[in-house]
Design a protein around this ligand. Structure first.
Ligand SMILES: [Zn+2]
Length: 366
């Protein structure tokens, strides 16, 4: 294996995710997708970032899985071809993340595909912090958030308008992502903490599937072509989700120096045709080793696997962290949030409610 053929760092999409789509006039003015704000209706959605306390030290953590999938993402490249990619398989992590919610099959598939997608894009990036996908639409699924840290900690949630979803499912039991999300915006964000500028790109949702929006994202920002297949399904072993991502990488002076532009384009086209033969069942088959799957697809193209990356259950909500947030409110605000003497906070990612007796909270002095 010639590791020198792998450029040491690349962003899916070039250099920066900042500013894509801004000022181009084809989006609503100043499209911004932000994490939902705290709501004051008894239950407060907690959507904070990661904390550094290792899970085994965090006694206030809810009973959520400490699950690591050691080979969740397998990077690969095609030798002397302008193509590289990642194979993502969440394995049991899909069940652990999706199974915490009771959204029904259609929405669960959407969430699982989004989780596999962020894992497949984040693991191509050099960053410290979190990489997130956020979708805000006018459909029955009004919000979708999935994020993955540089260490592979993965989490996600969707907000569902139950009545509208029921109506949509009555007309079509297996609606497309487009039917679930409606019209809206699709944002990818790299957040490297308070000391670094947040990089965000936003495009309009496009096409029937999540994959269509991703391809629109990369196309709109004049980045290299991306091909991807997402899959999520309920199997006898539980929910499974996966992704295959291919990217066409730098041409002249890149990894395929001996190819002219036409030959590089032909080579990219061949790789996507081979990838098209991948079925969802193969992508989600735990018994089919990732290297074998890649070999089956690309053995004529000298596929070479890189070093596998781990994925893990990624939420680190805890009583300590949430009580710290509550102590930032004034006593009057805490009184307002309190229902029957209790303030409840909900981690939307884990679907865990944390009740705090109002009497145990002091609050910030206004
Ligand atoms: Zn949580």
């Amino acid at each position: 294996m010639n590791r020198r053929l792998i450029p040491r760092h690349f962003l899916p999409g070039g250099h920066s995710l900042a500013g894509h789509g801004r000022g181009s006039g084809w989006l609503e003015p100043e499209p911004r997708v932000t994490l939902p704000a705290l709501a004051f209706h008894g239950r407060i959605p907690y959507l904070g970032g990661m904390i550094d306390t290792p899970a085994f030290l965090d006694s206030g953590r809810p009973a959520v899985p400490d699950l690591v999938v050691p080979r969740g993402v397998l990077p690969f490249y095609l030798a002397r071809r302008p193509v590289r990619g990642r194979l993502v398989r969440l394995g049991a992590l899909a069940e652990a993340l999706i199974g915490r919610h009771d959204h029904g099959p259609a929405v669960s598939v959407l969430l699982g595909e989004a989780l596999a997608l962020v894992a497949g894009l984040a693991t191509a990036l050099k960053f410290r912090g979190s990489f997130s996908l956020q979708i805000k639409g006018d459909g029955p699924v009004s919000r979708l958030v999935a994020d993955c840290t540089d260490t592979g900690a993965l989490r996600g949630y969707v907000r569902v308008e139950a009545e509208r979803l029921a109506a949509a499912l009555a007309g079509d039991a297996a609606p497309t992502a487009e039917h679930l999300l409606g019209r809206g915006v699709f944002a990818l964000t790299v957040d490297q903490g308070p000391d670094a500028e947040r990089q965000q790109g936003v495009v309009a949702l496009a096409g029937p599937s999540l994959a269509d929006s991703v391809q629109a994202y990369f196309a709109s920002s004049e980045q290299h072509p991306v091909w991807l297949r997402l899959a999520c399904a309920q199997t006898p072993a539980g929910w499974r989700a996966g992704a295959l991502v291919l990217e066409r990488i730098a041409g002249a002076g890149g990894v395929a120096q001996e190819m002219d532009d036409a030959a590089q384009q032909e080579s990219w086209h061949t790789a996507t045709l081979l990838a098209e033969t991948l079925t969802g069942a193969e992508l989600l088959d735990d018994a089919l080793a990732p290297e074998q799957l890649l070999f089956n697809l690309f053995h004529e193209e000298a596929v070479t696997a890189g070093r596998a990356r781990a994925l893990a259950y990624g939420c680190r909500c805890s009583r300590q962290r949430l009580s710290g947030i509550l102590e930032g409110f004034t006593p009057a605000e805490l009184d307002e949030m309190s229902v029957a003497g209790t303030v409840e906070m909900t981690c939307e990612f884990c679907n865990v409610v944390f009740p705090f007796p109002r009497a145990e909270l002091t609050g910030r002095q206004a």
